[in-house]
Ligand binder design. Structure first.
Ligand code: BGC
Length: 722
């Protein structure tokens, strides 16, 4: 790919200043089509004759660059004239900028681009314009850009000093066609309030979001305006930025004395509020727009019910997904992480597939996971792996290697992904088997455990559930998935079946004593039930129910237990308790954050406690999607829309809604590969009316009040008496 093109780069003397590459060429005959293939080490934005090429923000996206760098192809036929200028600005992006706790410029490279523009003329001739030493380069007005830290833009730079670009011998072996979704600008929000604070003015966009602010400035030549982005306000009403850790999330704009509209190009921020410093006069909300950016994933899932707070929670889950599906499934979009944490991704993936079409998004990320997997089968905690060899292969995190491809198969019927990832899935299981002396129990190595669980002493980051119990439970669960995936692909799974039986038996022998779990926690019970690790689940359901009741209908679970908690209760018949947890409004609960004014999902149940005190600034994100995984219980149990594993992609749908007297109606729909599936129910006195929609070419199995119905496509209405 790009055989005739050369990598061209900014010289080191440019320092932090972003380069602008320029190629001029003519196209004097009638054009039939023109295609630009381009990528960068760093991020780029291209313009032809002043018009933006495509709409990909932060192109070429974020992959495991050492082996995979996506090349974009744009149809630019409509942008060409007789005489043309191709301008390409480039910044550090994820490739060259600092990420996590690693030094910037770790690859010792400067922003570089490679491109090829093929023009086909109507007379049958063609020409090829490529990046090479004839391409020119100049400093751009972007003096500094960084994913975490923001941008410095000097609008006084209006003239460019062109010199020949530096040709570099960088490899082209890593180049691959665009595989994931493009990141695009999706929505625009204007401030709902402007207030004065001790450091300037505060803009409130009314929604915690991921993106950047476009603003129009009219300030004297050399005047510097600053924007600081944060998620909440401090007690004085100013923007709180301590939880960003080292990420500055700052925009500095140097005015040129003329009215100018600007938005950053190579950075993004996670924010609801913006502190505006040094503005001339009072900011006019009309001069500011928050632009929401995320991967171009299509919304597919909708849910509403008679409880407005639950509806707000659902909306917050959607915003959490939008904010963290920016090319890679990230933990959070604001502090100095924004990394593809594997655990968070696997916990949320089912909800993610219902809410949006994320098939292509995960195909790309899972390819990165496979290439980042260690020799011994271990899976780094973040993908792409910017933490290097030291990254631990923790249980529940590394299991993303197995759980994510399986969910993409179930939700979209994509067998190809199972085939592609099968090796990687097996390698993860084999890795676990090889840890420690006992091949059936995983009790060695570093694990994150029930991350942020509440049943450990206050201030601790890890819940009380025994890490070996969690690790072994996941070992069994992932092995069971590998067996199912192997069977779908027609492979021999005998070895994994034997392994599964042994792991399950070892789990029972080690972690169940006298019929009780050695960790008497909600999380341990949720795992045993959800993963089917006991021969009789009933006593564990009963114990889980008791633990919750004794705790005042409140949860104690962290990252590991929370996604399964309500499902485990429902599976063992304790629907009412599951509903109680969802409807709980006191801390800790989902609705607690809603009552506190949350517009996204918090990382901590007590991000802000009842007295208004914040959890330590070290680790307190207000946009962490993980606990939003509760939405899959809302779809599957409240609305009752479930995937039939033997008929993936909803080609046979299971409907099994469970009502609760505290809710008067529920309505949900999922746009599946086979059409829109919907389910709703409504109570009128003692009568409940259910309506199910089964798309053309699909069938459904309906379970209602102990009866089973098999139906064809169309609308199906049932009424029952409560
Ligand atoms: C991230 C989490 C992640 C965790 C590992 C944190 O810093 O934000 O979401 O899963 O580390 O325990």
């Amino acid at each position: 790919m790009l055989d005739k093109s050369k990598w061209i780069s900014a010289p080191s003397e440019f320092g932090t200043v972003c380069p602008m590459f320029r190629k001029t060429f003519d196209a004097k005959r009638e054009i039939s089509c023109a295609k630009l293939k381009i990528t960068a080490i760093g991020c780029y934005v291209a313009h032809i004759n002043g018009k933006r090429v495509g709409s990909f923000v932060l192109a070429p996206g974020w992959t495991a660059y050492h082996s995979r760098l996506q090349v974009q192809e744009y149809d630019v036929t409509g942008l060409l004239e007789e005489e043309n200028t191709l301008d390409i600005e480039a910044g550090d992006g994820w490739h060259l900028g600092r990420l996590a706790w690693i030094e910037a410029k770790k690859f010792g490279k400067n922003p570089s681009v490679i491109f090829e523009l093929e023009i086909k003329y109507k007379d049958g001739t063609a020409s090829l314009i490529v990046s090479d030493e004839t391409t020119k380069i100049s400093k751009s007005p972007i003096l500094f850009s960084s994913i975490y830290d923001g941008e410095i833009f000097d609008s006084r730079v209006e003239e460019f000093k062109w010199e020949p670009a530096k040709v570099m011998e960088y490899t082209k072996d890593t180049l691959i066609p665009q595989e994931g979704e493009e990141i695009v600008e999706v929505e625009r929000l204007t401030p709902i309030a402007v207030t004065k604070s001790k450091t300037g003015y505060v803009l409130d966009f009314g929604q915690n979001l991921t993106g950047y602010v476009e603003f129009t400035v009219n300030a004297p030549y050399g005047h510097v305006v600053e924007l600081y982005h944060g998620e909440i306000l401090d007690k004085s009403g100013d923007v709180y930025i301590d939880n960003l850790r080292s990420a500055l999330q700052r925009i500095q704009f140097i005015a040129n004395g003329k009215k100018t509209t600007y938005k950053p190009k190579f950075t993004f921020q996670g924010f609801r509020y913006v502190r505006v410093v040094n503005w001339i006069g009072e900011p006019d909300p009309k001069d500011f727009t928050a632009i929401v950016v995320h991967s171009n994933i299509k919304r597919t899932g909708y849910f509403s019910c008679s409880n407005e707070k639950v509806n707000k929670l659902f909306e917050n889950i959607i915003w959490g997904q939008k904010g963290n599906f920016l090319d890679v499934p990230t933990d959070c979009p604001q502090r100095d992480e924004r990394l593809g944490w594997t655990g968070d991704a696997q916990m949320f993936i089912k909800t993610a597939t219902y809410n949006f079409d994320v098939e292509r998004f995960f195909i790309k990320w899972l390819s990165d996971l496979a290439v980042e997997q260690f020799e011994d089968g271990g899976v780094p905690a973040v993908i792409p792996n910017v933490l290097g060899k030291v990254s631990s292969s923790s249980s529940a995190w590394g299991d993303a290697a197995v759980i994510c491809p399986w969910q993409i198969y179930l939700s979209y019927g994509n067998k190809e992904i199972l085939k592609r990832q099968y090796d990687s899935m097996c390698k993860w299981i084999d890795y676990i088997k090889n840890q420690g002396d006992n091949p059936y129990i995983w009790n060695t190595g570093h694990h994150y455990g029930d991350w942020l669980g509440l049943d450990a002493p206050y201030g601790s980051y890890v819940g009380a559930t025994d890490k070996s119990l969690i690790a072994t439970a996941y070992f069994a669960y992932s092995t069971a998935i590998v067996i199912k995936a192997g069977k779908v692909l027609g492979y021999d799974t005998t070895e994994y079946e034997k392994l599964y039986d042994n792991v399950k038996k070892a789990f029972q022998d080690t972690f169940i004593k006298d019929g009780r779990l050695t960790s008497d926690t909600q999380t341990a019970h949720a795992l045993v039930i959800f993963f089917d690790l006991a021969d009789d689940l009933a006593p564990f359901g009963e114990r889980l129910n008791t633990l919750i009741k004794e705790n005042g209908n409140k949860l104690t679970t962290g990252f590991v237990g929370t996604p399964y908690l309500l499902h485990a209760l429902s599976k063992t018949g304790y629907h009412e308790t599951a509903y109680s947890l969802l409807l709980q409004e006191e801390f800790p609960s989902w609705l607690y954050s809603v009552n506190q004014g949350a517009t996204t999902i918090w990382e901590h149940w007590d991000g802000i406690n009842d007295e208004g005190k914040l959890w330590s600034a070290d680790m307190n994100s207000f946009n962490h999607y993980a606990y939003g995984a509760v939405a899959d219980w809302m779809y599957e149990v409240m609305a009752g829309i479930k995937i039939d594993e033997s008929s993936p992609a909803f080609s046979n749908i299971i409907f099994e809604p469970i009502t609760d007297k505290r809710i008067d109606f529920v309505s949900a729909s999922i746009e599946t590969k086979n059409g829109v599936v919907s389910s709703s129910w409504k109570r009128d006195g003692k009568t409940v009316t259910y309506t199910f929609n089964v798309p053309q070419g699909t069938t459904a199995t309906i379970y209602l009040n102990g009866s089973k119905y098999t139906v064809e496509s169309g609308e199906h209405v049932f009424t029952t008496e409560e």
